[in-house]
Design a protein around this ligand. Sequence first.
Ligand code: SAM
Length: 328
Amino acid sequence: MKWNKYTIETTTAAEDYMSAMLADLGIEGVEIEDNIPLSKEDQADMFIDFLPELPPDDGVSHVSFYLEDDGEDRTELLKQVKEALEDLRKVVDVGSGVITSDQTEDLDWINNWKKFFSSFYIDDILIKPTWEELKPEDADKFLIEIDPGVSFGTGKHETTQLCIRQLLKYIRGNDAYTPENRTPKVLDVGCGSGILSIVALKLGASAVVGTDLDPDCMTSTHENMEVNHLDPSLGTFYVGNLIDDAALQEKVGTEEYDIVVANILADVIIPMAPVIPARLKRGGYFITSGIIDFKENAVKEAIEAAGLTVVEINHQGEWVNITARKPE
Ligand SMILES: C[S@@+](CC[C@H](N)C(=O)[O-])C[C@H]1O[C@@H](n2cnc3c(N)ncnc32)[C@H](O)[C@@H]1O
């Protein structure tokens, strides 16, 4: 399907007026590109964790809208857009207001990223998108199949990889845990696609409990459990915020976990740190990432203040993993 993309060069002050004006003309689903960082509230509403570094705000905004290229004459609609834009100029600085157009082939937003996700290894773990065929030579590999859907967690991100390597070390690398003796119980806070829960179960965890703020993660996680042939009874997943939701804390349980893994964001891990020790058994490990390097110290201090002992810190690119232990 072909679409015509129209982009209005405007100002950050006018972008909301512009969206409202386009909505009044029946044009919905606008795209806004500017250099204003998302507020914490917007970030939370959109479940966005890792924000790109933005150049300084220059006051310029590009507001784009799409019209299907279905042979219908859009001249009248575009004339109305230009007239409404000039009307807006009387109340707000709309900048140049120049409209450029472009054509785009396909707007399959949900699926286009899949072109860039193909099988790869994290140590000896083969992570394969569900839609890719398993090569015959990979039949004996330690395989994790993933379709993150709209959730975070293909395994490609440095933070997920840092956590997976720690799960390898503290589950597979712990002689007490064998596939026959599926002893460790794991809590996966911010489970996203469920990738860390699935890795933990495949490494021999006896059970996982996962939480996420985003209800879509429940669907992705359950589907990924199924494609990995994991018994659904091994995983229990809840929507909610462990930081301040007492009912969720009760459901998740106290002193139940050998490992708590949380790949979220420094700004979430810091307020979450005080509730982690109560979830861990004595001697249990807290494996956390999602920490950008310049926030390493702040997270380390929060974890130590919560009563855990930091046992290792690892880096991959600009991302950090901190693993800490609850005293025996
Ligand atoms: C970076 S993703 C990690 C996904 C997956 N565990 C991985 O390692 O690839 C972080 C996830 O944490 C969730 N999240 C953010 N704040 C949270 C909170 N306070 N409690 C639970 N989940 C949270 C987000 O919705 C998102 O799914």
